[in-house]
Design a binder for this molecule. Structure first.
Ligand code: CA
Length: 251
């Protein structure tokens, strides 16, 4: 990555053992994971993997399937025989049968090569969160005035009370909130929430916006959570845009 992080966080997130014979992949993983606070140990052979798992007690193993001295599936089986450490298999073999084989050997995830290193880093963090029961990252929550959205639970509350939304209403609200602070053009909203074939169907969009406002307890002409941009589209304010009067009204 062009934007290298110079100072590493003090909090150690854990140790990751990368078993991979391609040096470029090893290096890319190290460059992406170390700034996130992970200690990265690399091995380019199958030999020594089980010893490394015992010696370093890694929090997660990234395991390439095509290793010079052994089949990674066999290595996965050996790891599983001695440890419950999460394993993410990376493999150029993307056939469903290979994935099934890897997962049935106890791998926690299976990523097909060539992979995006940032995506793999995100999957590593997701597996670790799941295994360690870590709380979801703050970005999984949206908070604006009286409105709260928990994206993982798909839970919407206003002043703490749950708001029941249809699937489409939720998708619309989700999209608006994920882009809070930016005006979304009506056609872009239609394409993202309903599909490209709905571009131009402004009547449906207006209908859903008014339903959403009603369910959020807002007046169509004085809505503060879903602002109309005449002739353009809609916008949800970012949390920083919400001023005092809203908080007072919300109480
Ligand atoms: Ca390889």
């Amino acid at each position: 990555m062009a934007t290298a992080v110079k100072s590493f966080p003090r909090v150690r997130q854990g140790t990751i053992l990368v078993v991979e014979d391609e040096l470029r992949s090893q290096r890319l993983l190290r460059v992406n994971l170390e700034p996130l606070g992970y200690r990265v140990i690399t091995l380019d052979h199958a030999e020594g993997v089980t010893e490394a798992v015992e010696a370093h007690a890694p929090d997660l193993v990234v395991l390439d399937i095509k290793l010079p001295d052994a089949d990674g599936f066999e290595v996965c089986r050996q790891i599983r025989a001695l440890s419950t450490v999460p394993v993410i298999i990376v493999s150029a073999f993307g056939q469903p049968a290979d994935k099934v084989r890897g997962l049935s050997l106890g791998a926690d995830d299976y990523v097909t090569k060539p992979y995006d290193t940032i995506e793999l880093s995100a999957r590593i963090e997701a597996v670790l969160r799941r295994v360690q029961g870590r709380p979801p990252s703050p970005s999984a929550l949206f908070h604006c005035g009286p409105l709260k959205i928990d994206y993982e639970q798909r839970l919407v509350t206003m002043n703490g009370a749950e708001v029941q939304l249809s699937r489409t209403e939720y998708r619309l609200l989700e999209h608006l909130s994920l882009n809070a602070g930016r005006t979304l053009v009506a056609d872009a909203l239609l394409a993202r929430v309903w599909g490209p074939q709905y571009v131009g169907d402004y009547a449906s969009l207006h209908l859903y916006i008014s339903r959403l406002r009603r369910k959020l307890g807002e007046d169509a002409h004085a809505s503060r959570l879903i602002v109309t941009r005449p002739g353009i589209g809609y916008m949800m304010p970012s949390a920083a845009d919400m001023s005092g009067p809203f908080q007072e009204r919300a109480r």
